[in-house]
Design a protein around this ligand. Structure first.
Ligand code: HT7
Ligand code: ZN
Length: 889
């Protein structure tokens, strides 16, 4: 299997200026004809022109109108090569035959629920026609679609509709023209029986843009929130980045079969239905928030990704890291900034940090790959290193340059590169040049893999009135990178006085530079330490009392932090820190320490006892009326089991699970009356509204209910049942269902079938029902999951169903890692089956094995055996091979 290297990048030998595509869609076959205007990069030289293409039948190739004969081209399984093209510009015409109805990989042109649709990123266009399938080939597209009018009344592609009409035999056609040059990964086509929700948006320069969201007719009522999100995103991008939409039409199509979340094709975004369809009765607050974020994300790509795109796929973070950062900022501005930051940081910690510490670790800009798609492979929709760590890297630019400086950098980036395919260095240079600043070795964030480990020790000198912070950093070795250089780490800090107030940091540290931090445009009493060496000391003078330092405020860099602060210091920060993120973080640090200690006790068969100060800390947060309710819900949530296992030398899922369950019960017992009060006082009979205060109220109520239901006492069980029955929206109904079903009880099965009977007609709700059962920690749950594989509502060909059942099962520590190997065996079998249907989805599933070396010997042996079995399968896809073989290495 061939590995591709960043260092081997070469400019293309030929450019494609325009492409006219003609699709004749049919039930048996689809004929694709392309006419490409080709220009050699160096006139007068004619090296062979190599075109990517697979899974199709070549009908003809013509150059300047003359059909090529065998010998004038070479056809391989993945490539069509023209041995000696003309020396100057020429017209290349290719006709191919493809079979979308048989395409279960969901890349290229395929069918979803009877409709035709495409997915071309990263390398799906090569399943449609022979082409230079690489992002630095940017051409102007014109697309003619022809199909049966009754079966496919709607025909869509990128750009503007320039012509449509009827044809003989009940067929019709449409011609679309996209005035913007684009790489082929942004090409899209949709043909089907769809209806739209129509709306419009007037841009800042007064242009009216038609907005349409397309779904099957019965789902149109569920697109109101998606339309609201789109308009909000368009407005936000104008206000925050001065970026205006550039065409008169913006289409979104929702399809039920989609490998990822959504796709930003120019003016024709295609979405997984899960990220478009919502109604209060069927979608939870989390679904609503995800729709807002992803609609924003895909829309924001219009500038960061489409107008300025990537030179090659190694630069993926150029568009994805930046666009994730933009969608995070958008969601923050639409809701609570602190809560959004907590959610994003938790996600980086629980998904990216483990990847960075395992065999799949790679830099934000990788150096090599076998299968490009695997950089999109992660535990969640939007995926980990390239996307999530990439977004943290972009956030650090903003931290270092300030909002204004960051905006100047963005403006310069567009000014320099609009219409181009560029690199991460180009983005870096725009940020640096716009601010006329030295960003030192910041670029290492793109090339060095691994999570930096930062240690801080503090010292107060009462005589000299100085306070010093000694920093050291280490970037752990990762595959292919045994030795690392120190990184440029921006550390935002504040110093709290004995009353818990931020000290005014007008005093300087050693080199006299003190960079202030702003919040909502106002300077706050924080400062940014630019930590760039292996070891560095920062000294503050004029400090009258020993301060408590609040370090890495807002998680200002994606690092693991270890400090010499005591538990008392953390309790103090939990109670007083003006940086709400760090207030939450202080509670998490205490939670992690406590859980690790109790895991040790459990492993030594000692009695488990929960520190009363910890419960006291949680109580004061819980009853603090001044705090945001969603913040409270986050602050009383214990660190996840995965996070704790990550901190252990040998991960012990049983011990961690037992300890977390014990702690949750103990907390619920001790805070029962407060928790009951929270449930009672946060009910509302008002209609469902998706806004921050209402979401926060529901989040807190649901969290309290989950704690209470874990107590397994009849009063709490009855309460959860009542909440389930009386709920008028999915957020509360599903939370009550989760609460009831977390433990085995007589009513568990009844409630589960009640829920299924109620929602069996809605596939998105049924997926929640699958996931809920799959993550259960009830011992031996693998058997139940196996049964569900045969449930009539399950289908291995639908990615959402696979993620809901199999993906969710793999995230359950106790059952996936069952010591008898039943979980591993199950996954091994499924991966082999799935690989034949959809390699991208299969590789996402196989990545659950990637950290097998973190477990005890028995588990290691069992997981390794499954990986070995998988790599030995004949005809295994490159996608799965890459992940499985790298995991074994
Ligand atoms: N840019 C999009 C990536 C994507 C994708 C990649 C591989 C296979 C299927 C895919 N569907 C969408 C999504 C995004 O980041 O916006
Ligand atoms: Zn994206």
């Amino acid at each position: 299997r061939k590995e591709v290297f960043l260092k081997d990048y070469k400019l293309p030998d030929y450019y494609f200026d325009t492409i006219d595509l003609d699709f004749s869609l049919g039930e048996e076959r689809t004929i694709v004809s392309s006419r490409i205007a080709v220009t050699p990069r160096v006139k007068g030289s004619s090296p062979p022109l190599s075109l990517d293409g697979q899974d199709m039948k070549l009908i003809s190739v013509k150059v300047d109108g003359n059909e090529l004969k065998e010998g004038e081209y070479h056809l391989g399984p993945k490539r069509l090569t023209l041995s000696s093209p003309p020396l100057d510009s020429f017209l290349l015409e290719i006709v191919t035959e493809i079979y979308p109805q048989k395409n279960t990989s969901l890349e290229g042109l395929y069918k979803s629920s009877g409709n035709f649709c495409t997915q071309c990123e990263a390398e799906g266009f090569r399943k449609i026609t022979y082409y230079q399938d690489r992002p630095d080939i940017m051409a102007r597209y014109r697309c003619r679609i022809e199909a049966d009018k009754e079966l496919y009344p709607v025909l869509l592609s990128n750009g503007n509709l320039v012509e449509q009409g009827d044809l003989e035999g009940g067929r019709h056609y449409a011609i679309w023209d996209d005035p913007f040059k684009k790489p082929c990964y942004l090409f899209a086509l949709v043909a089907g029986k769809l209806k739209s929700r129509d709306d419009s948006f007037v841009t800042c320069s007064g242009r009216k843009v038609d907005l349409r969201i397309w779904t099957p007719e019965q789902d149109v009522p569920k697109t109101a929130h998606a339309m609201y999100s789109l308009k909000a995103a368009m407005k936000w991008d104008e206000e925050v980045f001065g970026l205006e939409y550039d065409l008169d039409l913006f289409n979104i199509v929702a399809v039920p079969d989609f490998n990822m979340g959504a796709m930003e094709n120019k003016s024709l975004n295609i979405f997984n239905s899960k990220l478009v369809l919502a109604s209060p009765e069927t979608a939870s607050d989390e679904d609503y928030a995800a729709i807002l974020g992803v609609i924003g994300h895909e829309y924001f790509h219009n500038w960061t990704g489409n107008r300025v795109t990537c030179r090659d796929w190694f630069q993926l973070s150029l568009k994805e890291g930046l666009t994730v950062f933009r969608d995070q900022e958008f969601s923050s501005d639409m809701g609570s900034r602190t809560v959004k930051r907590i959610a994003d940081v938790s996600r980086v910690r629980t998904t990216q940090f483990p990847q960075d510490a395992g065999p799949m670790s790679h830099p934000v800009r990788p150096h090599s790959y076998i299968k490009m798609d695997n950089f999109y492979t992660g535990k969640t929709w939007h995926t980990v290193t390239v996307y999530r760590k990439g977004a943290e890297v972009v956030r650090m630019y903003k931290t270092l340059l300030g909002s204004q400086g960051f905006r100047m950098g963005m403006d310069l980036y567009f000014k320099r590169h609009d219409g181009q395919a560029v690199t991460c260095e180009d983005f870096f240079a725009a940020m640096r040049d716009a601010n006329n600043t030295d960003l030192a070795n910041f670029l290492l964030w793109y090339s060095q893999a691994g999570t930096p480990f930062v240690r801080v020790t503090s010292n107060y000198n009462a005589e000299a009135n100085t306070f010093s912070l000694k920093f050291s950093q280490e970037v752990p070795p990762t595959p292919g990178q045994p030795v690392k250089e120190p990184m440029f780490i921006p550390v935002i800090i504040g110093l709290l006085d004995s009353a818990g107030k931020d000290m005014v940091l007008s005093s300087m540290y050693h080199d006299g530079t003190l960079q202030s931090v702003e919040k909502d445009g106002q300077p706050v009493h924080s400062t940014i330490l630019r930590f760039t060496k292996k070891e560095e000391e920062f000294v503050f003078s004029g400090i009258k009392d020993r301060p408590i330092p609040s370090l890495l405020r807002g998680f200002s860099a994606p690092v693991r932090l270890e400090t010499d602060l005591t538990d008392d210091d953390f309790f103090f920060l939990l109670a007083h820190d003006s940086d709400e993120f760090n207030r939450w973080e202080a509670g998490q640090v205490l939670g992690r320490k406590l859980m690790l200690k109790l895991v040790g006790d459990f492993q030594q068969n000692k009695d488990l006892v929960l520190n009363s100060k910890f419960i006291g800390g949680l109580r004061s947060i819980l009853i603090d009326q001044s705090l945001d309710k969603e913040f409270i819900a986050k602050a009383i949530t214990l660190p996840g089991e995965g996070e704790i296992m990550d901190l252990m030398a040998v991960a012990d899922p049983d011990a961690v699970h037992a300890v977390r369950t014990f702690m949750r019960k103990q907390i619920a017992r001790e805070l029962k009356s407060e928790l009951l009060g929270v449930v009672a006082s946060n009910r509302s009979s008002e209609e469902y509204v998706f806004n921050h205060p209402n979401m926060a109220r529901r989040a807190l109520k649901n969290k309290a209910l989950a704690y209470l239901a874990g107590l397994e006492d009849p009063e709490c069980h009855e309460l959860a049942m009542q909440e389930y029955k009386s709920a008028t929206n999915m957020t509360e109904q599903f939370a009550a269902l989760v609460a009831i079903t977390q433990t085995a009880s007589e009513t568990r099965d009844e409630v589960l079938s009640d829920f299924y009977n109620k929602w069996q007609h809605d596939f998105l709700v049924v997926n929640k029902w699958f996931a809920l059962q799959a993550v259960s920690d009830i011992p031996g749950n693998v058997e139940n999951v196996k049964k569900l594989l045969n449930h009539p509502a399950f289908d291995l060909r639908n990615p959402n169903k696979v993620y809901s059942l199999i993906g969710a099962f793999c995230s359950s520590p106790v059952n996936f890692h069952a010591k008898d190997g039943s979980g591993y065996e199950f996954l091994g079998e499924v991966v082999v089956q799935l690989d034949k249907i959809n390699p991208q989805v299969a590789s996402r599933m196989v990545s659950a094995f990637s950290r097998w070396k973190r477990y005890d010997e028995t588990r290691q042996k069992l997981a390794k055996a499954q990986l070995e079995m998988i790599v030995s399968v004949n005809g295994l896809s490159e996608n799965v091979y890459e992940i499985a073989s790298k995991s074994l290495a």
